[in-house]
Ligand binder design. Structure first.
Ligand code: GAR
Length: 216
């Protein structure tokens, strides 16, 4: 199987990008991040990517007539680099059909809440305000809605009475760094199947050499 080529779209800190890149560098995920795109000129994610020798691209939304044109520019950059998986990692823009259509079920997003609860820009703040006792994070495929696509993996964390947006966010972030690389690994291994709204994770195929050992 050819090595999976990944692009990351990030607006900020880039810790999720880094978590995925770390697993790739340690050999746990067979893939390569070939491009990091940001809509923010000074996003720390860009610096992180440069340090790791990953190509970066800053696309200024103000230079495009509308969101569709902006997303079309991203799609074209991704096509040129033969990207097979797109990761939204703290990308604080709603992506449009121009990007979603050509990459159907090939764009993942990490969201800091247990979807379908608390979609949108402030998942953790909304969960604290609501007073939930359990929150968490979700990796899902991106469709035309806001945080509505098929769910790949979720992880739960407790929410405490004295939590603030910051304390809950920190607890959730630790889980994000575990489940995002996990979802990417499953994708790279060809183990994700989408059946309507449902994502089915296929069992790991026995490696050929394992099979040889078991018949020896
Ligand atoms: C993460 O908590 C991610 O879940 C959230 O932004 C943060 C980015 O952190 N994304 C959203 O809220 C999307 N609606 P990072 O830049 O360190 O990966």
């Amino acid at each position: 199987m050819e090595e999976l080529r990944i692009a990351v779209l990030a607006s900020g800190r880039g810790s999720n990008f880094q978590a995925v890149q770390d697993e790739i560098e340690s050999g746990k995920i067979r893939a390569r991040i070939v491009l990091l795109v940001s809509d923010k000129k000074n996003a720390p994610a860009i610096e992180r990517a440069k340090l790791r020798g990953i190509e970066t691209m800053y696309l200024n939304p103000a230079e495009f007539p509308d969101r569709e044109a902006y997303d079309a520019a991203i799609a074209s950059a991704l096509r040129k680099r033969q990207v097979g998986l797109v990761l939204l990692a703290g990308f604080m823009r709603v992506v449009t059909a121009g990007l979603i259509r050509p990459f159907r079920n090939k764009i993942m997003n990490i969201h800091p809440a247990l979807l379908p609860a608390f979609p949108g820009l402030h998942g953790q703040r909304d969960a604290v305000k609501y007073g939930v006792k359990i929150s968490g994070c979700t990796v899902h495929f991106v469709d035309e809605g806001v945080d509505t696509g098929p769910i790949i993996i979720q992880a739960a964390v407790p929410a405490y009475d004295n939590d603030t947006e910051d304390t809950l966010s920190a607890r959730i972030l630790k889980c994000e760094h575990k489940i995002y690389p996990k979802a990417v690994k499953l994708f790279a291994e060809g183990r994700i199947e989408v059946d309507g709204r449902k994502v089915v994770i296929k069992k790991q195929k026995k490696r050929e050499d394992d099979a040889l050992i078991s018949v020896a």
